[in-house]
Design a protein around this ligand. Structure first.
Ligand code: KIV
Length: 293
């Protein structure tokens, strides 16, 4: 077998060494070939095929309706489109909560069929037995603490988690438990800066923050928030581009050009030879039975 050429793929081991060296890990969500290609071209170390796709691309109000089939299709599209970033697939709501056997089988599908390098699950210490089983089965796992959107109905909304002492202590304990169970990284979503800093300090595995301040070992953001394709930009995100306006203007120009007759132009056309046109015109009345009309 020949040596693999091209950029070196980011792995779980890369995450470990980036934590040790203090090099920030950059993760961004992507859900399809174009967004994945753009994320890789920008130099992202990791791509999260987040179940946020329920809202960003499938038009749902929450992540809850996202299915395993959705995740398999979108993860496979991302995997096919990149060569360097570590691709992590979210396990959608309902695919790991009910039965550990089903959870492992579902995670295996995300790796074996869709080609993900790891999966992400939301929740604290109650997931320890599951994370242990997954890791033992050869499935790299990222934990997700703080605001865990799949539990929106339990929390009663999307708000910062870990502001109160008891909640902050529980969060640190959950983080340590997931690390001990074998998770190789943790996403911290909407966690106070100070609490995220303590978790980051306490853990040997990297923390990846979203709305958790600058002291995490890495950051993750939702593609659509960064490029201006979300209806509203959340406080924890920075909008680097107004893709919505740029794309709307481009499409409006297309609509206008068709209506005005300036598109398609000569540069968009291909031609048949004069001979073919002449033969066609001769053959047509006979073929269509319009002779003598
Ligand atoms: O689904 C997602 O995009 C996520 C990020 C917000 C971390 O879980």
């Amino acid at each position: 077998m020949g040596a693999r050429s091209g950029p070196e793929r980011v792995t779980v081991a890369t995450f470990e060494s980036m934590k040790r060296s203090g090099e920030p890990i950059v993760m961004v969500t992507a859900y399809d070939a174009p967004s994945a290609r753009l994320a890789e071209a920008a130099g992202a170390d990791a791509i999260l095929v987040g179940d946020s796709l329920g809202m960003t691309v499938l038009g749902h109000q929450t992540t809850l309706p996202v299915t395993l089939d959705d995740m398999l299709r979108h993860t496979a599209a991302v995997v096919r489109s990149v060569s360097r970033p570590l691709v992590v697939a979210d396990m959608p709501f309902g695919t790991y909560q009910a039965s550990p056997d089903d959870a492992v089988a579902n995670a295996v599908r995300l790796l074996a069929e869709a080609g993900a390098a790891a999966v992400k699950v939301e929740g604290g210490r109650h997931l320890v037995p599951l994370v242990e089983r997954m890791v033992a089965a050869g499935i790299p796992v990222i934990g997700h603490l703080g605001l865990t959107p799949q539990s929106v109905n339990v929390f009663g909304g999307y708000r910062v988690r870990g502001k109160e002492t008891a909640e902050a202590i529980a969060l640190v304990e959950d983080a340590l438990a997931l690390e001990a169970a074998g998770a190789f990284a943790l996403v911290l979503e909407l966690v106070p800066v100070e609490v995220a800093a303590i978790v980051t300090e306490e853990l040997a595995i990297p923390t990846i923050g979203i709305g958790a301040g600058p002291h995490c070992d890495g950051q993750v953001q939702v593609f659509h928030d960064l490029v201006g394709l979300s209806a509203a930009t959340p406080r924890h995100a920075r909008r680097y581009f107004d893709a919505e306006t740029a794309m709307r203007e481009a499409l409006a120009a297309y609509v206008r050009d068709v209506r005005e007759g300036s598109f398609p132009g000569e540069e968009n056309a291909s031609h048949a030879s004069e001979a073919v046109v002449a033969e066609l015109e001769t053959a047509l009345p006979a073929a269509s039975g319009r002779e003598g009309e």
